[in-house]
Design a protein around this ligand. Structure first.
Ligand SMILES: NC(=O)C1=CN([C@@H]2O[C@H](COP(=O)(O)OP(=O)(O)OC[C@H]3O[C@@H](n4cnc5c(N)ncnc54)[C@H](O)[C@@H]3O)[C@@H](O)[C@H]2O)C=CC1
Ligand SMILES: C[N+](C)(C)CC(=O)CC(=O)[O-]
Length: 500
């Protein structure tokens, strides 16, 4: 597998390690802290719980993680080197010198720096053209944004390679062509952070009240539209110009202190830390991370359904992962129509589990519904065909729940055609986790006209594709459980006894 080197394995280096590993890269870490392995393992545990279920396609097999005693050993053979050492320019420059003494000159060296300009990092380096800023956001394994900042010295192939690699990791590289201290996103974050420190210091609001002001209101707006698009809507039908005319004068009013920064005294630190302890001290950091991850996964998956913002990045990653995979095939590509067809291969996401700590019963139907959608697409009943007015409606479903499954487990659904042709399609889905049979789903569907909402004949090519599978699979033994109904044995004279 392709190797990446992570230099500095703290909060951010650990997040990068997880992002690379879970996307199938081998990861080689250098960090002088003897506790680094334990910390990275803890981040990885949470990443494994959250990231795979973000997508509706299973990620590649996880890469291998190794720890190395020197930078030279870690970077040898790596095609991507991510520096995530403390935010001190001299430490970063010394680190680049050690990296460049041993690494491949064609490798990308990305720096996670929150604030240094790439020209600061490139200064006095052996090959400045190789070093760029790749500033991620915590948690790196979930959030797609990476600010990529380059200089005139940056080699075009390094930039090109970095953008392609980051996209391949399911990230959204925002290439900033002009360098500035703290890039773009941290400038915005810093402005809000400074204002918030004043509000606490002046006793206007507590840390908890400020967090509520963000998360119950504009934080949700920002998550899916950002600032300007949101304010455009706030201008009503008259739009952005009206919004600016209405709120423009406020810029001259004392609504913020911004550059007037409160003195960073021990008293201010104690005040903030004390309020923050009262607000969240009853959770461990790992508990908070899991709560955060669950929220992010649910929001980003909702956005994926809308094909919007951060969700669009996930949708693009899924499309790319399906290309050249059985899950992206068309019927004509299938060489053995007698074999059950792989229609779902995905991890169970966090938001599919329930109060019993396992995948909720409704999600079994969701997975089988997805399998049916995929099979329809395979035989040609795709978005274009549906837009032309034909589709299938499900008329009857029978699910047998045979075994439980937990968040993060990869499940596969294989689909058989028990009968098909004309208006009718009779499908049999089997859901497995490895060798374990979790559930079966038997579904009867009718082809319909979306104009009349009545059963209708499918297009001849769909009929032919369906019959090809039905005829080839008619030779297979009938699956155990097909045609079953809920037949519980009854006890007692009135037939109302306990279910066995
Ligand atoms: N924490 C955050 O929210 C974010 C931080 N960043 C940036 O990421 C970088 C790292 O920050 P964090 O991970 O937060 O810091 P951290 O303190 O959690 O991790 C730094 C790691 O670097 C290791 N280290 C120290 N000296 C080293 C050396 N000479 N060679 C290799 N490793 C060394 C430490 O042992 C530690 O594990 C900084 O540049 C920071 O600005 C970027 C985005 C967000
Ligand atoms: C606080 N910070 C400047 C280190 C924040 C970042 O750089 C990005 C983030 O994840 O918020």
């Amino acid at each position: 597998m392709t190797p990446a080197a992570i230099i500095g394995g703290g909060v951010i280096g650990g997040g990068w390690a997880a992002r690379f590993l879970l996307n199938g890269w081998d990861v080689r870490v250098f960090d002088p802290d003897p506790d680094a392995k334990r910390k990275i393992d803890a981040v990885l545990e949470n990443a494994r719980r959250a990231l795979p279920g973000l997508l509706d396609v299973a990620l590649p097999e996880e890469g291998g993680l190794s720890f190395h005693d020197t930078i030279a050993e870690a970077v040898t053979g790596a095609v991507w080197i991510q520096e995530s050492v403390p935010e001190r320019l001299e430490i970063k420059q010394q680190t680049f010198a050690a990296i460049q003494a041993a690494c491949d000159p064609a490798a990308v060296i990305g720096s996670s720096t929150s604030g240094f300009r790439p020209s600061d990092l490139q200064q006095s380096s052996l090959r400045p053209e190789q070093i760029i800023v790749c500033h991620p956001f915590n948690p790196v394994y979930l959030l797609p944004l990476v600010e990529v900042v380059t200089t005139a010295l940056t080699a075009p192939e390094i930039l090109e390679q970095s953008l392609a690699t980051l996209r391949g990791l399911g990230m959204y590289p925002l290439h900033l062509k002009k360098e500035i201290d703290a890039h773009v996103a941290d400038r915005l974050l810093e402005a809000v952070w400074r204002e918030a420190l004043w509000l606490v210091k002046d006793g206007i609001a507590t840390t908890a009240e400020i967090d509520d002001a963000i998360r119950y209101g504009f934080g949700l707006r920002w998550a899916q539209m950002g600032l300007f698009e949101t304010y455009r809507i706030a201008g009503g039908e008259a739009g952005m110009k009206h919004f600016m005319a209405q709120f423009g004068p406020a810029l001259a009013w004392p609504w913020t202190k911004l550059t007037d920064v409160p003195e960073f005294t021990e008293e201010l630190v104690d005040l903030i830390a004390g309020q923050s302890d009262a607000q969240s001290g009853h959770y461990s950091i790992r508990d908070l991370e899991r709560l955060r991850d669950g929220n992010l996964v649910a929001m980003m998956r909702a956005l994926k359904g809308q094909g919007w913002g951060a969700g669009d990045v996930l949708a693009a990653q899924e499309r790319a992962m399906r290309e050249g995979h059985a899950l992206g095939q068309r019927a004509a590509d299938v060489t053995d129509p007698a074999a059950p067809v792989l229609t779902v291969r995905r991890a169970v996401p966090l938001d599919w589990t329930d109060y019993n700590g396992h995948m909720n019963e409704a999600k079994y139907l969701q997975a089988f519904g997805d399998a049916t959608d995929r099979f329809m697409e395979l035989i040609g009943c795709d978005a274009e065909y549906i837009a032309s007015g034909g589709s299938y409606f499900t008329a009857e479903t029978h699910i047998r729940h045979l075994d439980e499954v937990h968040a993060g487990t990869v499940i596969e659904v294989h689909t058989r055609v028990l009968g098909g042709g004309g208006k009718k399609m009779h499908l049999w889905h089997e859901m497995h986790a490895g060798a374990r049979l979790l559930a079966t789903g038997e579904h009867f569907l009718l082809h319909v006209s979306l104009d009349t909402r009545r059963p209708s004949q499918p297009a001849p090519e769909i009929d032919a594709a369906l019959r090809r599978f039905a005829d080839a699979q008619a030779q297979l033994p009938r699956p155990a459980g097909a045609g079953r109904f809920v037949g519980a044995p009854r006890d007692g004279p009135a037939g109302g006894g306990a279910v066995a």
